[in-house]
Design a protein around this ligand. Sequence first.
Ligand code: FES
Length: 146
Amino acid sequence: MNTKNKIGDMPASSLLLPRLTKIQKEEGYLSEERLKELAKEISIPITRIYEVATFYSFITIDKKGKYVIRVCASPSCHINGSDDILEIFERLLEIKVGGTTKDNKFTLEKTSCIGCCDEAPAALINDEAYTKLNDEKIREILAKCK
Ligand code: FES
């Protein structure tokens, strides 16, 4: 039996996603340095780690803002004005979708359905969902982000 790439009885690859998620949560993104350390630690090729790290949209190898705003662009939110919501965020933050504010506080992205379709338009800010968004509500939310 091949014991390479195993930790205890578990294949090291089964630990990969939880480990990547943990690093993401702690540091906000997966730096090259951390990925190399992880590859060495669990004996998985760095290329495999990059495959996984770049597959999931909620894991990133790019440094992002303290608050990552993900505006849902799926059908229910689109019909209920997600394009307008994106424009409001862009205007208030003075960035475009995909961008990060100069102070590294906010990153603005689009995402697919976040499961709040009945309260569209919706967005996630880090792990928290915000629904029935409008200009006033967005201003209040941004003001609370410190
Ligand atoms: S379509 Fe936006 S939350 Fe489902």
